[in-house]
Design a protein around this ligand. Sequence first.
Ligand SMILES: Cc1cc2nc3c(=O)[nH]c(=O)nc-3n(C[C@H](O)[C@H](O)[C@H](O)COP(=O)(O)OP(=O)(O)OC[C@H]3O[C@@H](n4cnc5c(N)ncnc54)[C@H](O)[C@@H]3O)c2cc1C
Length: 446
Amino acid sequence: MYVVSLWALPLTVLVSVCLSVSNRCLPGDSCFPANIKLIKFMETLDGKLHFPHTAEYDRLVDRYNRVIVGGSGHTVSVAGYTLGGGHSPMSRMFGLAVDNLLELQMVTANGHIVVANDHMTQTSFVNGSVSTTDNTDIFWASRGGGGGTYGIVTKFTFRLHFAAPQVVQFLCSYPIRRLDGQNIGFAVLRKIFSILTTLPKEWGGYLLISGVPDKSGNFGRIMLALNHHGVLNSTSRASLDQMMNFHREWQSFCFYKNFSSFFQYDKTAQETPYFSSYSTNTLLQNDSFTNDLITFILHKMETEYSNKSHLGMTGTLLGGRIMTVGAHETSVNPAFRSSSMSLTASTSWTHSVVDYSSLLVRGNEIGKYLNKFGSGQYVNNAGDDVMNWQHEFWGSNYMRLLAIKDKWDPDDFFTCKECVGFENNRRSPYSTDGKFHAPLGPIFGK
Ligand SMILES: Cc1cc2nc3c(=O)[nH]c(=O)nc-3n(C[C@H](O)[C@H](O)[C@H](O)COP(=O)(O)OP(=O)(O)OC[C@H]3O[C@@H](n4cnc5c(N)ncnc54)[C@H](O)[C@@H]3O)c2cc1C
């Protein structure tokens, strides 16, 4: 459950009200039953009542002429998103969510309450005593080490940024194969990849590829859905004007559109309708965009399509500001700092598919093959049963993350599959059979 309270700058988000371990929350702690009343009155972008998620904050901070780095999915909650790293349509301009995290409050496995930032860690013990240290390990580990691992976060404080006077959207869409049978996908992707790797940091957003026929009889879609923070200048226009003029006769549509704020732009984002889906992820670097990668993607779009299932890919643009943060400054996979795209491949199927085991196997194979083109995976979008997951998700940050886990949660009270400390059914009685159990361990597992 989430309650949001806004201060002028930065934004503080209170989460997980009363998710205290062992019912140890005392009056004056971060369990405020009164806040639950507030939750009931939270309205969301679509006018319905939900638990607040990252898109809520866009609206909140927009009132103060600020922007916050948040996810694109309007159903994504702030905690898992942030603890895993958190990429955003604004990340090329302002970095990952963890690059903007200033402080958090967490309930640890033994019921202590920790407030941590990049210069101190303060622990309030169950017996009422308080200690402060300049060791910042737990804050570092929380900036990318993953959700459900070190404790239950009850409050986040994020840096806000001044809003630009204008946000410009660029939408450009081509089919993969035209009605007349002409395969244009290769040429379009080749052009897009040559442009994406040169974009100014003000541009962020997504490359969306899907393998389904459209109503006009074309097959598939390759779409750039980008946003520009600020009024366009000639450099910002140059690359995308090239796209605008690239085989206009092939385009389904291609245009720029102005918005008065990021919130106004974000409101137009359409949520994918819910259906079953299995995703894998690959972090791609500039030299990953080979002809072999393009050929593989387009081949799979065709062969994975049936009237009950299909393949789609979302490439989130990285680079820009993300690359200016040191590889070990936060605990996300250092590969994030040298990658230009986080590519998530999703196999989706309709509810009429009862046995989807073969789709999962094929989805995993596609993921493994894509991984050969890049380096590392984003833990929040990754698949299941990832070989060498420690290295794939956290690279050279893993051993430090494991040591911090050992220090703060030596009994593996918090455990989840392929999370820090999960290896070899270590000590946790909740993972002795090696199977997946409730992400937050015993509290939710019973
Ligand atoms: C539709 C969709 C869109 C997405 N878009 C983006 C995007 O734009 N950018 C991006 O980076 N990712 C995106 N993701 C991936 C997203 O970051 C992950 O799915 C993330 O795990 C979601 O976090 P959650 O808290 O909503 O999920 P949950 O499943 O509730 O939590 C994920 C993990 O965090 C743990 N956790 C939850 N709350 C807490 C807490 N308070 N303290 C400690 N641990 C906690 C859970 O136990 C679990 O292990 C998207 C996912 C979907 C399904």
